[in-house]
Design a protein around this ligand. Sequence first.
Ligand code: NAD
Length: 485
Amino acid sequence: MSGLPEIRNYIDGRLQAPAGDQWLDVYEPATGHVYGRVADSNEVDLEQAVAAARQAQPAWRTAGAEARAGWLNALATEVENRIETLAQAESRDTGKPLALARSMDIPRVAANLRFFAAAATQFASEAHPMGDAGVNFTLREPHGVVGCISPWNLPLYLMTWKIAPALAAGNCVIAKPSELAPASASLFAEICIAAGLPPGVLNILHGHGPGIGQAIVEAPAIRALSFTGGTRTGARIATTVAPSFKKLSLELGGKNPSIVFADCDFERTIEGVLRAAFANQGQVCMCGSRILVERSLYARFRDALVARTGALEVGDPLAPQTDQGALISAAHRDKVLGYLDLARQEGGRVLCGGEAVRPDAARCRDGWFVSPALIEDLAPACRSNQEEIFGPVATLLPFDDEDDAVALANDVPYGLAASVWGRDIGRCHRVAARVEAGMVWVNCWMVRDLRTPLGGTKHSGVGREGGFEAMRFFTEPKNVCVSYE
Ligand code: NAD
């Protein structure tokens, strides 16, 4: 025993230590110190989890949609009863402001569970009558055992965004949260136990991505895989599973444009673009990290945005006034600072921020904080404008007209999200239609309706999550044709 809190696996309804007794350190980004250790699972843990899931699946499948909805709602109630505990765990693991975890991340966990509880009961088969000849009906059958691999930036929010539809559709699940932010998944396991979820229906394996993550990807018994994370990891997973024809959903990175026209509602747009750039320290896949502004408004918009960005409070995630917490790891902080050096080399002018910060709070002296940065004067094609930084860094680019804005917006390998800001609603519609992205917000950002498809084009992924898209992904259609003759 190390004396540190231990985050164990959840297999067959029980919390258990990893079979190989291997553990990884878990850090608190705000302090830069280790606070616990998490299981680093191996093939033996995976075999146990797969066996438990296989055993549980027939009963889970035949229990019916109403019963599965009941379980998901029961889990949601338990989450709602523990919002503060879960929010504290996520803030400690990720460095995000506690207020954000409390108001956004954890309520969304409960919303995911309730939404897919309802979806389970509303998801229906299609029928295609063939006149006098007969009828087709298309069953939607669960795959059996599925894998759900999620990242650290919105830990339980994104894990439940996958496991809720998977379970609602009648699958049993092997989930792997990020090893960088595993605590809330472990609390969720405790919730499953408290709610009496049948053993084996959900199994949570912790550990390194290239180790247990890769093993989950390769496991023949896992028939479908839903992954959210980096584009490079997604490419590796796609290559691995291609010969096995496993069903695959990939939600990957982005380099999303916020497109600002001169006729926008100025205050509302500054507010929205600021939030889009720096929410969760810029560590949301939908963050608007390229701010494109019509030239006639550029200088005024830039100056106002710099003033607002400079006023953001970087500090202890536990302090109520903190706008910007810590970055997830020392390595990630160094990567972000490395991009700022690169941007300077590429001719960029850093208008504000971009420095390693030591907040006033004594406990945060060794934490991984970076002040939010805005950069201008960079060529659209340079690396800082093309590669995902996934931190509190946004670039500013002027554009001349609608065509120019669309060309700049689309001139990246990614195609996840975009926002368009302006009062000429016809033009906003035209731009939304021409932008290469899976999601476009007009005069808003990150307004979510869980029924809508979520995902990206180009290097931002394959497939869509959300609503019935997710229910379809987690089921296999089987058409049955009945002859009347
Ligand atoms: P990551 O790719 O490093 O890791 C994501 C998950 O995959 C983790 O659980 C990790 O352990 C696991 N993993 C790593 N290597 C693996 C492998 N070889 N096989 C199987 N699993 C493996 O990503 P991250 O740093 O945790 O997350 C940040 C990235 O996620 C960013 O690029 C961000 O844009 C993206 N993201 C996308 C969305 C979306 O909806 N499109 C949402 C959130 C985050």
